[in-house]
Design a protein around this ligand. Structure first.
Ligand code: NAD
Length: 500
């Protein structure tokens, strides 16, 4: 057993206190405990807020040019350390090395976006709104803000938040997932090396105790959350009740609709890539494949062929395309949907439990890729988020029935349509009640300069993350009306100001 010990990062250095509670960190590929992570108390959160509040007094006054230069430096350091960062992710999350490197690269795009902060914070100016009066708008930081993040992207999801928050002049407290906490500490040390002043970026490790302390702390002005829908709802309700600005991104059930005129080979490739990449532990993973009649049987046959060729193995093996699930209990829960699906009338087209990796030499949290066919909208494998390598295939008699299926889902994160008909695709884009739509693109994750976020039970709050909405979330608008009299003269006037 390794002696890895992961703790908090407060005020520019590793916390040196003694935690009262800890959690185990696992290597999902072996199932072994690889270390411990400290769980913060409310007092530890207080300490982080105090450090962040202190740093906020100067950081918000630092010039835009200086803030941007720290971000550029941070970007270089993340690039230089990308392989190490990806290695930490694979060791604790289990995803394969190329996938971990991909998440670091997508996170870096947000850092690059935030490097343009001088441009992004430009306000408006109107000369002479009234005689001798000018008006202009500015956006100012909120102060101390926090981010609470899920296990499935331990680098990228935090990077949706903190580059923009910090660039806008806020100080930041990150509460990463307790399942894969190490990436956050490497990121903290890279910020320090980049010249970010102490206390601007802090990390608090832990569980619900830390989250509740963040939600109740009067010193924190805004909270970004990404995770499952029940916790997102809870964070939104508690945070807003306590007067905070909150954006809380929740779970998903992403559909991929395949119209009869689609290129079925392209669609099968896409369904397998998007269904089983990162072992299905992506909030934008394709989970429900909707085949519009009559292409279902042919599509399922093509998918089965491709699934049979997938390389499942430890994330450190360059040949692996899919790794293990994050924990034992999660693996068991995902596998239970195969039983419930069959019980409720689905056909098990591919049973991942029969994959050699499941009972083989590796004792980790393994489940091979699985396909449930003839799934209906009442089955629990459809109504619940599985978040694992299980692709459910539904049949729809018509385009309209497929769109109804998508829109009747309580979730609204991502959706894709596969077709060769531009008119049908255009109609689908307009009719889908979903936040992110792909046309012949199975995982339509927006670039950093657009905003990421779902609709319905996939997002609580008004603003999506990164892009312009991210800049707005982390700043407050102010409008200034200014008069410089020339020559100076006064005079009292109790009337309501009107334009003259
Ligand atoms: P989770 O909701 O269990 O945990 C998310 C965060 O909340 C973690 O930091 C965790 O420590 C904390 N937390 C857990 N239980 C809590 C509780 N009872 N009270 C307060 N805080 C609590 O999610 P997860 O399992 O880490 O991540 C997977 C989920 O995240 C999936 O549902 C997935 O769809 C979702 N997700 C959504 C997006 C998106 O953009 N919408 C992106 C990534 C992941």
């Amino acid at each position: 057993m390794s002696s890895k010990h992961v703790t908090h990062w407060i005020g520019g250095k590793t916390w040196d206190g003694q935690a009262e509670r800890h959690g185990d960190i696992y290597d999902p590929a072996t199932g072994q405990v690889s270390g411990q992570v400290d769980f913060a108390s409310a007092a530890d959160v207080d300490a982080a807020v105090a450090a962040a509040t202190d740093a906020s007094r100067t950081w918000k006054r630092i010039s835009l040019a200086k803030r941007a230069s720290v971000l550029f430096e941070f970007r270089e350091l993340v690039k230089k350390n990308a392989t190490e960062l990806a290695g930490l992710i694979t060791a604790e999350h289990g995803k394969v090395a190329s996938d971990a490197a991909g998440e670091v690269a997508r996170g870096l795009e947000v850092v690059e976006f935030a490097c343009g902060i001088p441009h992004l914070l430009k306000g408006g100016f109107s000369e002479n709104v009234s005689t001798g009066v000018d008006s202009y708008s500015i956006r100012q930081p909120i102060g101390v803000v926090a981010g609470i993040t899920p296990f499935n992207f331990p680098a990228m999801v935090p990077m949706w938040m903190f580059p923009i928050a910090i660039a806008c002049g806020n100080t930041f407290i990150l509460k990463p997932s307790e399942k894969d906490p190490s990436a956050s500490l490497l990121i903290a040390s890279l910020w320090a090396e980049a010249g970010l002043p102490d206390g601007v970026f802090n990390v608090i490790q832990g569980d619900k105790v830390a989250v509740d302390a963040i939600l109740q702390h009067p010193g924190i002005g805004a909270v970004s959350f990404v995770g499952s829908t029940p916790i997102a709802r809870y964070v939104y309700e508690q945070g807003t009740q306590n007067g905070k600005r909150v954006q809380a991104l929740g779970g998903a059930k992403n559909h991929m609709v395949v119209l009869p005129d689609a290129d079925l080979d392209l669609a099968a490739d896409a369904a397998v890539s998007a269904g089983f990449g990162s072992a299905g532990e992506r909030c934008m993973a394709v989970s429900a494949l909707v085949a519009v009649d009559p292409v279902g049987d042919e599509l399922v046959a093509k998918i089965k062929d491709r699934v049979a060729g997938l390389q499942v193995g430890p994330g450190t093996d360059p040949k692996s395309e899919m790794g293990p699930l994050v924990t034992g209990p999660h693996r068991d829960k995902v596998a239970s949907y195969l039983d419930s699906g069959v019980r409720e009338g689905a056909t098990l087209a591919v049973d991942g439990r029969a994959h050699p990796i499941s009972g083989g030499a590796h004792s980790g949290f393994w489940l091979g890729p699985s396909v449930l066919d003839h799934v209906s909208t009442q089955m629990s494998c459809y109504t619940e988020e599985i978040f694992g390598p299980v692709l459910s295939v539904l049949r729809a008699p018509t385009y309209e029935a497929a769109v109804d299926m998508v829109n009747d889902s309580p979730y609204g994160n991502g959706v894709a349509v596969f077709t060769s008909d531009g008119g049908a695709a255009r109609r689908f884009v307009s009719e889908a009640e979903i936040g992110m739509v792909g046309v012949n693109v199975p995982i339509p994750v927006p670039m950093a300069y657009y905003s990421f976020g779902g609709w319905k039970a996939s997002l609580f709050g008004d603003t999506h993350v990164h892009g312009t909405e991210g800049v707005h979330f982390y700043t407050r608008g102010k409008v200034v009306t200014s008069r410089w009299l020339d020559p100076s003269h006064g005079g009292v006037n109790l009337g309501f100001p009107v334009n003259t």
